[in-house]
Design a protein. Structure first.
Length: 215
């Protein structure tokens, strides 16, 4: 049995402005840095029970993973396939700007069951889900019987959940993940069990805003 504890990164100024961040390398803002310390404190009592920490290499995820790693006495292992969706020409835009500049793509994007949809200059949903699935299977294969923390992005965490719960793939975009929230999965040969979803009681909300970017 392998347990995965999924952590979304802390808040950035891009989140506050509701911009499509994707592979754009936003750092955590002051609130995000505080949230990263809070989730690290929440996980600190699991030192010795957690065996590895994986992170997206994008700065906002890595800056969240570092205090967790310090609290647990573990190194951060960077995994390229945990990066957020590559939004191409949308990166840095808001949703109203996406709708105005790329109206046809915006309309097509609303069918979130369409895995062939590709953002202008970016990834298709099929490509994104494929690489996140590879990351998921690799982590599970490398850590049988262990507990692993995964620090990544809202889109990535939704894709991970859809990978382990394929019967819910059609509603993958509805999974919630607040900044520095915890989602806990337990995996065995029979499948996955969701123990905790979007637990953010440890996070001081401050100027936290809902992330309304829907991929």
């Amino acid at each position: 049995m392998t347990d995965l504890i999924l952590v979304r990164h802390g808040q950035t100024d891009g989140n506050v402005a509701r911009r499509w961040q994707g592979w754009s390398d936003y750092p955590l803002n002051e609130t995000g840095l505080r949230q990263a310390q809070q989730v690290a404190a929440r996980l600190a009592d699991q030192k010795g029970n957690i065996h590895a920490i994986y992170s997206s290499p994008l700065r906002r995820a890595y800056e969240t993973a570092r205090p967790i790693a310090a609290a647990l006495g573990l190194p951060v292992r960077l995994a390229e396939n945990l990066k957020e969706f590559h939004f191409g020409q949308l990166e840095g835009l808001t949703t109203p700007q996406f709708r105005e500049i790329f109206p046809e793509a915006y309309d097509q994007s609303q069918n979130r069951a369409d895995m062939s949809f590709r953002y202008p200059g970016g990834e298709s949903r099929a490509e994104f889900f494929g690489r996140v699935g590879l990351a998921a299977d690799s982590m599970v294969a490398c850590h049988p019987g262990q507990t692993v923390v995964v620090v990544a992005h809202g889109g990535t965490l939704r894709a991970l959940l859809a990978h382990f719960f394929p019967e819910q793939e059609a509603t993958w975009h509805t999974f919630s993940a607040e900044h520095c929230s915890l989602t806990h999965l337990s995996l065995n040969g029979q499948g996955a069990r969701l123990l905790t979803l979007n637990d953010h009681r440890h996070v001081e909300m401050g100027t936290e805003v809902e992330d309304r970017v829907q991929i």
